[in-house]
Design a protein around this ligand. Sequence first.
Ligand SMILES: [Zn+2]
Length: 59
Amino acid sequence: MFTGTSPQPPACPVCPGRGVPLGQLGRLRWYRCRDCGIDFNRRAKASPSPSPQAAGRAS
Ligand SMILES: [Zn+2]
């Protein structure tokens, strides 16, 4: 059950701080840590692309 669609900022890779979303560049989302101030990126969620060939093979 989804309670709202608020994306949680990812945690900083080097400290317990949280990332502030800077923006999306291509398929990467960039964040800046509030605590230590480093920039890091995360892959944006792959949009559900409807592919004609499903992953499951019909045997
Ligand atoms: Zn940090």
